[in-house]
Each structure stands twice: as C-alpha cells, then as structure tokens.
Design a protein around this ligand. Structure first.
Ligand code: B12
Ligand code: SF4
Length: 507
C-alpha cells in the first residue's frame, strides 16, 4: 500500500501573515518523530511510505494537496497537535475534495485529547489515539481488507448514525526497543533550523530515549501512557546510526523526561564513553533528579546543555502548578550544572493561574539570581485535558478569564488566559521584559562569550539577532532603539547587584 504521512501546514492566519522569527523556530525547528516512527514501522512491513512536513517546508494547503496527489496514496495520515488543528482540518477537507476515495487517518495529540470534537469533522475517517505505530499497522491492514474496523483497538471513527465510536483502549506498548529507528531518510535533512543559541554543532537531530512522564504538572497534558525507557545500548545504537548515515554532530533528546532515573542516564553515558561516540547532545531534566556526579558524567559523555522545567520563581505558584520542586532545589541543580560546565537552560512561564504582578517580578528576579545561560519564556496557555484546564472548568471565575478560544492561538506565545489582577498587555510586556532583563546583563553576555568556540558560533549570534530583537521589542529586525535599549539595560544592570555576580563569576 502507498501511505503518505503529513505534518500539516500552518493555518491561514499563521501562514499568510508575516511569520515572525519566534513562530518560525517554534514550528519548524525539529522533525516530527511521531510520523517518522510510524513511517518506519510501515516500511518494515513493506508498505511504500512518504512523509511531508508541510509546516517546515512552508507549504500552503493547495501546494500540500498537489504533493499528496502526485504520490497517488492509498491512505493519507495526518498528525496534529492542538495549535495546528485548524490547518489539519483545512488540509483534510481539500484532500477529500481532490481524492474522495482515499481514506484519511488523523493521529497525534489533538485527537488523543479531544477525540469527539476532532472526529466531528467529516473529513477524517479514522482517528488514532495515543501512540500510533501498531494501531496504524492494523488500520492499513483494514484498508487492505484484512482486518475489520471493529476489531482494531485504540481508534475512534464515525458510525452511520453520525455518533463517534470509541474502540477499546489499546494497551500501552512497552517494548520500545522493538521499534525500528525513525525513518529520517524520508524528510530532507537540511529542512530544520534549530534556534541558533540552542545548537552546538550542525547537523542537529532530535531523538527520544524514553516515552511518557510520571509527573502531572498543571499545564501539561496528562500522561496516560506511563513512563517507559529504551535500553541504553539501543539508544547508543541509534546515535551511532545517525552519525554514520546522516553525519549528525549534535543531538537533542526531546523525551518528556530524559533524566527520570539516575541509573539509566549513567548507563547511557557509560555506553557513549565506552564506544567513544563523538557527538554533542542536550536533554531535559527535573531539578530534583540530578546530582553533581550525574551531571559530571553527562558532561564527560558529550552533553553540553541540560534543560530544566522551572516555570516559576514563586514557591506559591510552584505549589499550585504541582511542579513538586522548590526554589532551593532549583538553585542547587542549576548551580551544579553550571559548575560542571553544562550551560543550563530553564523554561519559564508567565500568566500561571495564580500569577500576580508580584509573583512574575519575583520569577524574573529569581531567574537572574541563578547561574542560567539561557531561558525560554512562554505564556501559560490552557490546553485540553490538562490539570489546570480541569481547575478552570471547576472554578474558572476564581482565577481569571479566557480571552481567546481559538485553537490556532494556543501556541504559548500569545495570551489566551489572563489571571485576575493582570491585563493581557501586562502579560505581553512581562514576557518581553523577562527576556530583556535576563539577556541584557554583563553576566549573561559573559557566559555566552565564553561558549564561543569558533567562527560558526559567532555567525550563530548574527542569525539570532532578529530573534532577540523580536523577543525584546517585537521588532522584525534589530534597530537603533534596540541597541539603545541594550546599552541602557547594561548600564542599569552594571549598577545593580548583578555586577557583583559578574565579578564573582569571572573570578
Ligand atoms: C519535540 C517536540 C516539539 C518539536 C517537534 C514537534 C513535532 N512535530 O513532533 C517542536 C519544537 C517543533 C515542537 C513545537 C511545538 N510544540 Co511540541 N513537543 C515536542 C515533544 C517534547 C516531543 C514530541 C515527540 O517527538 N515525541 C515522540 C514521538 C514518538 O511521539 P509523538 O510525537 O507523540 O507521536 C506519537 C503519537 O502522538 C502518534 N501520532 C503522532 N502523529 C501521528 C500521525 C498519524 C497519522 C498517526 C496515526 C499517529 C500519530 O503516534 C506517534 C508514535 O507513537 C512533545 C512532548 C512529548 N514528549 O511528547 C511536545 C508537544 C507535542 N508540543 C506541544 C506544543 C504545545 C508545541 C508548540 C505549540 C510549542 C510550544 N509552545 O510548546 C509547537 C507546535 C508545533 C506543531 N507543529 O504543532 C504539546 C502539544 C499539546 C497539544 N495539546 O497539542 C506537547 C505534547 C508538549 C506538552 N506536554 O504540552 N514541539
Ligand atoms: S511538564 Fe515535564 S515533568 Fe511536568 S508533567 Fe509535563 S513532561 Fe512531565
């Protein structure tokens, strides 16, 4: 069978507007591994598979439909998160018009979280819930006439009376090592441009060494699959395969939680050291899992950065979002990571349900007081099937107001929910202020200058300038006022306690 798998184009609002630098990195910086895993499983069975990342190729809907038609598919699969779902619907509808007999399968986070709502659109024939590798094998067998639709677990579909039928739940697949490596050869290797300050060498590829997460942070989609991890040897086999077949030099582990378990991380690092694997890499961690020994081992095995989900610098907010960590634990982990040379980065959000002017300012000050090299700041967004969405549904008016219900704006970069006591404009301004105050400091600059190893790294910062100007001032290009702002902020910071921190840092 000929199966084509699509990462949908951005919807018309994003696509036709002047796509800003943040959006472009947000949507096009890493290959859709979920689609590539499904492609690999289908290829292993002898199906002919193609993949199109329409968002990354910046294709519009007619251009994507044309490419799909040229492939002459027997089945079309679309993977969609919530934020790109409008684009997924538009694409599926146009495909149905052009190829009415070709079945359309929808997979990914949105249909998993909101199956009834997603399948209400007539353009989708079958929805695949949760992880799709084995379900998709059976779906393809169904279209070959080998399996009855009623016998497939883990799908949803519309019955003749228009109601959505939920098939029995498919048991979570635990033997991750039995899966083939993602079919990365199906996408152009140079399509993805990582955020310049987030890569150490090129080409940079993403991979996962585990799935699921045992925690339940309020803003994160509830993990119903549980945590499962791959054998460290199998993980290193995939790294070697990426180096051999794609010349990969930097890897981002995009597991929800790479450092969930010290023993496993130590084993992966030992295996990389034993095989003398020459690659740099980054990963995500929770602050309470790491210790200095573990971070040092990661550094020895080629890790150059750990990303920590910090989210807030207010213990009261951390408590509300069930992060299960304290400011003290955050400070310890980030200090150790910095001391062993891991250039720690943290994720923060502004606009948590209990956030106030004071807690946001406390968060910005906290971020500046710990030895972080980079931050990503997002705007808290209520996504379906998250614990905070349940709180909102139960006691919403207690916390604030939803100001925008559009799915395509739930990108974490524009306010859709505003806590009482704050205005939407405050959140937008705090978002920028956070970046400005964090980056426009001698100590941050010094940390970045120290990380420059070659001319390519210098070029990275030139490339990043439009990103920074957008983040700091909402300008597409750096301008004189940005330079002025930079100088002013540096002067201000020099006077502040920060200058003491810099002297201490520079020894
Ligand atoms: C890497 C990553 C990215 C990368 C690559 C995204 C991509 N297209 O894969 C980048 C940086 C580009 C990115 C961007 C964004 N991301 Co992101 N990202 C992730 C992350 C950390 C890992 C994804 C991954 O590779 N998983 C491993 C693979 C194997 O699993 P999978 O993707 O779930 O795929 C399986 C199933 O979903 C299903 N499936 C998927 N597609 C299809 C298609 C078909 C046809 C079928 C049958 C099945 C199927 O089968 C797959 C194999 O089992 C996840 C969190 C996580 N750990 O899963 C968040 C996550 C997917 N991102 C999220 C968000 C919100 C975003 C952004 C809006 C940015 C932001 N502000 O965070 C943008 C939106 C981009 C977009 N195009 O939609 C949310 C989505 C929530 C939601 N309700 O939709 C997640 C779940 C994080 C979270 N916990 O909140 N992201
Ligand atoms: S934010 Fe991270 S640690 Fe928290 S539930 Fe989501 S994946 Fe797990």
């Amino acid at each position: 069978m000929r199966v084509i798998l699509i990462n949908p184009p951005l919807d018309s609002v994003l696509r036709d507007g002047n796509v800003d630098p943040v959006t472009s990195y947000l949507f096009y910086n890493s290959a859709p591994l979920g689609l590539l895993y499904i492609a690999a499983v289908l290829e292993r069975r002898g199906e002919t598979v193609a993949c199109i990342d329409a968002a990354a190729e910046k294709l519009d809907i007619p251009g994507t439909v044309k490419r799909i038609q040229e492939f002459k598919p027997d089945v079309i699969g679309i993977g969609s998160t919530t934020v790109v779902f409008d684009g997924a619907i538009e694409l599926a509808e146009k495909c149905k018009e052009a190829m009415p007999d070709v079945p359309m399968v929808l997979g990914g986070y949105h249909v998993t979280l909101l199956p009834d709502e997603a399948m209400a659109h007539d353009c989708f024939d079958i929805g695949v819930i949760h992880e799709g590798e084995h379900t998709m094998e059976e779906v393809v067998d169904h279209f070959k006439g080998l399996v009855k639709r009623e016998d497939i677990e883990g799908i949803v579909y519309k019955q003749d009376d228009g109601t959505v039928h939920h098939a029995p739940h498919r048991k979570t697949f635990r033997k991750l090592d039995e899966l083939p490596f993602p079919a990365r050869h199906l996408l152009p290797p140079n399509l993805y441009k990582p955020v310049p300050v987030d890569e150490h060498a090129m080409p940079k590829f993403a991979m996962v060494s585990s799935r699921g997460c045992p925690h339940a942070c309020a803003f994160c989609q509830k993990s119903r699959t549980g945590y499962r991890s791959r054998d460290p040897k199998h993980v290193v086999d995939e790294i070697e395969h990426m180096i051999r077949d794609f010349g990969v030099r930097d890897i981002a582990f995009v597991d929800s939680l790479f450092c969930a378990n010290k023993r496993r991380v130590m084993k992966i690092c030992d295996e990389m050291i034993r095989r003398n694997v020459k690659v740099s890499w980054t990963c995500s961690s929770r602050v309470e899992v790491v210790d200095k020994e573990m971070l040092q081992k990661m550094k020895d095995a080629g890790c150059w950065r750990t990303r920590f989900g910090v989210e807030s610098g207010s213990d009261q907010v951390l408590d509300f979002i069930s992060k299960g960590i304290t400011k003290e634990k955050i400070r310890n982990a980030i200090t150790w990571a910095h001391e062993v040379g891991l250039r720690p980065k943290a994720f923060f959000m502004v606009g948590h349900m209990p956030d106030t002017h004071e807690t946001i300012q406390e968060t910005i000050e906290f971020a500046k007081s710990i030895p972080l090299h980079d931050v990503t700041v997002q705007i808290n967004t209520l996504l379906p099937q998250t614990p905070q969405m349940e709180v909102w549904q139960r006691e919403g008016s207690k916390w604030g107001r939803v100001i925008n219900e559009s799915t395509s704006e739930r990108s974490f970069w524009e306010p859709t929910f505003v806590p009482w006591g704050l205005e939407s404009e405050d959140i937008i301004e705090y978002h920028r202020q956070f970046y400005r105050e964090f980056y426009f400091r001698p100590v941050t600059l010094a940390r970045h200058l120290e990380g420059i190893e070659n001319w390519r790294h210098v070029y990275k910062y030139v490339q990043a300038s439009n990103l920074f100007s957008f983040l700091f001032y909402n300008m597409e290009k750096p301008s004189l006022s940005m330079v002025k702002g930079f100088v002013d902020a540096m002067k201000k910071n020099r006077k502040a306690s920060d200058s003491a921190a810099m002297h201490e840092y520079l020894g």
